[in-house]
Design a protein around this ligand. Structure first.
Ligand code: IMP
Length: 425
């Protein structure tokens, strides 16, 4: 039996969805533990493309238990829409979804307040209400999944929160206020639709582990978007690092066997914030086009850049990766010279560790090592030996720099476009 945590090692969009779907084959349970419908996990099965926002990417397999852990912030409207879309595509998904009683709910006022705050803050959020929902959780004002089953509690919480939010909307932002009764009745209806999914998810997950099942923990976003370890304030509002799996699912660190870092063969970021290796010329555009680098949730074009070993070393440290998966290697096919950032220069100083100061990160220049590219196509290759020599050298360079073994290499969107160098499960 094994427990495996899947973590994005960069700024999200590393291709975690495909890898989770791929590994689900050998798993019994798949658990989301943080974030919400800001995530967009793209999974291709046969000729069908699915974009999952809240449901664990394991949902596309039959008979796998899919759990939304306590660390997730859940928008009931988004979840119901996602379930409907999947049903519309012929998937049977009813009796394998479990939602923690302690999930905090995204409320219409979270989205309304974020809409206003974003106008001045300009973090470049997905505007799904993620930050304001986590704010309420930490401030102990949150509405949780279980509250949907207790109308009096639900009403009182909505009433108390709206007093503050409506004051801000009206007086600070000059925006329309929200109606308590509308929100209350809407959320009661959500409760009726979702009540059968509500579960003691921590008990379920721990029992599964204790009885020898394989459990996969699916991270959303990426390490550099972590609220503590990312490029604050240009981050999401949850702990995206491996430790988040423990708090967000109710599992002891002692029960985690493997922590896998998903690394895209280059770097992307969506939204604002520093990005030292960003490529701002035609090559950046070429990578964006080839890699389909547009936000799966918002459709925004992603900023593209070279691989950044400095950022990845930070990710290795704060997550403790036991292995790596390299994704989208094929997107680099045919690029003559590949740059890899091995350090930063700030003023006259060489920096080898990811800076804690945003100021430095914003103003540093990457120091690149150049590696030869490869002409041949790697798209769809399933056997490591068939990779071009220079692709192998590129992978070896990553492995040597990070001192973590590469276990899987993804060479396309489909399940079988995958090289297994060393099995994870
Ligand atoms: P929020 O998570 O909507 O609050 O957005 C905060 C930052 O995280 C913004 O820069 C978003 O673009 C980024 N972000 C949130 N979710 C994802 C994701 O799934 N992939 C990549 N970036 C994300």
């Amino acid at each position: 039996m094994s427990t495996v945590v899947i973590i994005g090692a960069q700024w999200g969009d590393e291709g975690k969805g495909k890898i989770v779907d791929f590994l689900t084959e050998k798993c019994d349970y798949v658990v989301r533990f943080q974030g919400g419908c800001n995530a967009g996990h793209t999974v291709v099965v046969g000729n069908e493309k699915y974009v999952l926002h809240l449901l664990p990417s394991g949902i596309l397999h039959k008979n796998k238990k899919c759990i939304i852990g306590n660390g997730v912030v859940l928008d009931p409207a988004a979840l119901l829409k996602e379930i409907d879309t999947l049903r519309g595509k012929g998937l049977e998904i009813d009796d394998n979804i479990y939602i923690s009683k302690h999930c905090h709910l995204i409320m219409p006022y979270h989205i309304a307040i974020e809409e206003q705050a974003e106008k001045t803050k300009k973090i470049g959020t997905t505007k799904k209400g993620i930050g304001p929902c986590y704010t309420d959780k930490i401030a102990r004002n949150g509405v949780r999944m279980i509250d949907l089953l207790y109308p009096d509690v639900l009403r009182n919480k909505i009433k108390a929160n709206l007093e503050i939010i409506n004051f801000l909307l009206k007086n600070l932002y000059g925006a329309d206020v929200l109606n308590e009764e509308d929100i209350f009745s809407q959320y009661v209806r959500y409760g009726e639709k979702l009540k059968d999914y509500i579960a003691d998810s921590d008990i379920l997950i721990n029992e599964a582990i204790d009885s020898g099942k394989n459990v996969l923990f699916e991270g959303a976003q990426g390490t550099l978007l972590d609220i503590d370890h990312g490029t604050y304030p240009y981050v999401t509002s949850s702990n995206t690092v491996a430790g988040g799996a423990c708090t967000g699912a109710g599992v002891s660190p002692r029960k985690i066997d493997k922590i896998i870092g998903i690394v895209k063969a280059y770097t992307t970021r969506v939204g604002g914030g520093p990005f030292p290796t960003e490529i701002k010329d035609a090559l950046g555009e070429l990578i964006r086009q080839r890699g389909g680098e547009y936000g799966a949730t918002t459709g925004r074009p992603r900023r593209c850049g070279w691989l950044d070993i400095v950022g990845l070393k930070h990710a290795v440290r704060v997550n403790g990766f036991t292995g790596l998966v390299i994704t989208k290697l094929d997107i680099l096919d045919g690029i003559e010279k590949l740059k890899v950032c091995v350090g930063y220069k700030h003023e006259d100083k060489i920096i080898e560790e990811f800076p804690k100061e945003l100021e430095i990160l914003e103003n540093c220049k990457p120091i690149y090592e150049e590696l030869p590219g490869w002409k041949e196509s790697t798209a769809g290759i399933k056997d490591y030996e068939r990779l071009p020599q220079n692709a192998k050298k590129y992978l070896q360079f990553i492995e040597d720099s990070l001192k973590v073994k590469i276990q899987i290499i993804s060479t396309g969107q489909k399940r079988d476009e995958t090289i297994i160098k060393e099995p994870i499960l």
